[in-house]
Design a protein around this ligand. Structure first.
Ligand code: AMP
Length: 224
């Protein structure tokens, strides 16, 4: 059974950076709805044009659209060994839909990790971070030069990483996404991790949470 992980946390908590590290260490595919939407914007598809207006205002894209994207992705064969979801679900409607997709696709129960960071720190980080225009790699404060360490592409600030939009995204997070903590908190495979430490310490804490979840999943599969 796969390790099916939801990486939660407010904008700037380090979800992208941490998911990238976990994906490399554990050879799991990442499904980042923000990256999928930004790719549609870059390719100027009808979805991209619709999403860009909402993204640039810091608002969420409608549930039906993002659930559709994730449903299609979770029915592809490479997720059998597990996956990392970054930026999805972001509403209770999406979380309920995700439980349905997991059940219909016969996938293992979700492991939910929530990266917690104080609001002031989030604004500072978001204004400092850059993303590669060519491959979409995120770089956190202090780590980025003018070009991408992976592909040499240009590193720019995301168009939704301005102070006004970030404050709106944090407000949207509080209103629409934070209730998900309540939704998941009582599940045995929910873990909260302190995201206000170093990148390496957060990765270590997440790995610990994933290892604990893996043991729990293995235990649940033992015959009685
Ligand atoms: P992110 O890269 O995860 O910060 O996402 C950037 C933007 O994409 C968000 O501010 C939303 O406008 C949109 N987005 C990404 N994921 C979702 C989602 N699960 N539901 C709705 N909108 C999303």
């Amino acid at each position: 059974m796969g390790l099916n992980v939801v990486v939660m946390g407010p904008p700037g908590a380090g979800k992208g950076t941490q998911t990238e590290r976990l994906a490399a260490e554990r050879s799991l595919p990442t499904i980042a709805t923000g990256d999928i939407l930004r790719d549609a914007v870059r390719r100027d598809t009808p979805l991209g044009r619709r999403a860009k207006v909402l993204m640039d205002q810091g608002h969420l894209v409608d549930d039906e659209t993002v659930v559709g994207i994730v449903r299609e992705r979770l029915h592809q064969p490479d997720v059998a060994a597990g996956f990392l979801l970054d930026g999805f679900p972001r509403t209770v409607v999406q979380a309920v839909a995700l439980d349905g997709i997991i059940a219909e696709a016969g996938l293992a129960p979700l492991v939910v990790v929530n990266i917690d960071v104080p609001a002031d720190e989030l604004v500072r980080r978001v204004l400092d971070r850059r993303v590669c225009t060519a491959c979409g790699t995120n770089a956190m404060p202090g780590d980025h030069g003018p070009t991408c360490g992976k592909c040499g592409g240009e590193m720019v600030r995301r168009s939704d990483d301005t102070e006004t939009v970030v404050r709106e995204r944090l407000a949207v997070y509080d209103r629409q996404t934070r209730p998900l903590v309540e939704f998941y908190r009582d599940r045995p495979m929910y873990r909260q991790v302190n995201g206000a430490t170093t990148t390496g310490q957060v990765t270590a804490a997440l790995n610990e949470a994933l290892d604990a979840a893996k043991s729990r999943l293995a235990g649940a599969r033992q015959p009685a």
